[in-house]
Write a protein that binds this ligand. Structure first.
Ligand SMILES: Nc1ncnc2c1ncn2[C@@H]1O[C@H](COP(=O)(O)O)[C@@H](O)[C@H]1OP(=O)(O)O
Ligand SMILES: [Mg+2]
Ligand SMILES: [Mg+2]
Ligand SMILES: [Mg+2]
Length: 306
């Protein structure tokens, strides 16, 4: 089955196994206690866990899919990794699904894999480990079509650490139970570490009943999927294609929507600008276009204006 499955199914299955291994590396670095923090910019830390998890993911995927373009947050990494970090397995459970017809003939050169080895680094360094996710997004031409969101610090009922959520457009999602957000309320999930005055103005435009401030793009989309929030609002540049590719694919495979704050989808081909200049607006079970309209046009025009 594995050898004959269409390449998108094998990329998804390999990404599921690899994200789990990367999650183990992220837990190990924290356990050892020396995070090796480097500041890449203002409010933009990188740790040994980001570097090591990226090496594991890119080395494993590049070995299995040598002609697929892979772009990782932490730049060019040394892909000479120990065997323990080289993940060879394909997730067998995922491979039981049949490939949606629209992706059957996609060729390796049509893909870009966007890797965020550790989303929520600021929160990881501050001990809010439940906000941390590993994100592997699969784009076909311009569109985010497949995604893996792995939570290394999620404790399963049987005590096992880690949970892996996946989504593939045309197939659906797996690894969690979707819950609708409560009726009669409007809960926004947003940044806890990258706010500014313009972003606050956008938040104020919604008559929200509650605003949750949590880290990471992956974790905020999980909050939508699990009915903890109705919308994810980030009205500032700062997050990048590797932050949104996997969350967008999973959310949209579940029927939601992730766009910039003007309601337009980002493109995920290999040549795009990495920064999501016009912020992020994501929702599930809402009239997405109506949410866009709530943000004053002058605020939308000012976000990301060069
Ligand atoms: N100004 C910024 N500089 C660097 N990364 C950012 C910035 N804003 C957002 N991000 C990335 O987007 C994620 C979601 O943002 P936020 O938590 O503020 O809502 C962050 O965890 C971070 O990803 P990462 O942790 O992978 O570097
Ligand atoms: Mg980062
Ligand atoms: Mg990130
Ligand atoms: Mg990251």
């Amino acid at each position: 089955m594995a050898a004959t499955a269409p390449v998108i199914m094998r990329v998804m299955a390999s990404s599921i196994s690899t994200a789990k291994r990367a999650g183990g590396i992220i837990r190990d670095v924290l356990k050892k206690g020396d995070l090796g923090i480097v500041d890449k910019g203002k409010n933009d830390p990188q740790t040994e866990a980001d570097r090591s998890a990226q090496r594991c993911i890119i080395a494993s995927l590049a070995k299995k899919f040598p002609t697929v373009k892979i772009i990782g947050e932490e730049g060019g990494s040394d892909l000479n990794v120990c065997d323990d970090w080289l993940v060879n397995e394909l997730d067998e459970e995922f491979l039981q699904h049949s490939c949606p017809a629209e992706w059957k003939d996609v060729k390796p050169e049509d893909f870009v894999i966007w890797v965020d080895p550790l989303d929520g680094t600021a929160e990881y360094t501050q001990g809010h480990v439940e906000h941390v996710t590993v994100l592997i997004g699969i784009a076909v031409k311009d569109a985010a079509v497949g995604g893996i969101i792995h939570q290394p610090f999620y404790q399963q009922p049987d005590g096992e650490m880690g949970r892996t959520i996946w989504g593939l457009k045309g197939l659906g999602t797996g690894g969690f139970t979707a819950v609708p957000a409560p009726a009669g309320q409007f809960i926004i999930t947003t940044t806890r570490s990258h706010s500014n005055a313009l972003h606050q103005q956008a938040l104020n435009a919604f008559a929200s009943t509650e605003v949750l401030k949590v880290g990471g793009a992956g974790f905020k989309v999980l909050q939508l999927l699990e009915g903890k929030a109705h919308a994810y609002v980030f009205a500032t540049p700062g997050c990048k294609k590797w932050d949104t590719c996997a969350p967008e694919a999973v959310l949209e495979a579940q029927g939601g929507c992730l766009t910039n704050i003007n309601g337009e989808h980002y493109a995920y081909n290999a040549d795009v600008e990495h920064v999501n200049r016009q912020g992020v607006l994501a929702s599930l079970g809402q009239d997405h276009a109506a949410l866009v309209e709530k943000i004053p046009a002058e605020v939308r025009a000012a976000v990301g204006a060069k």
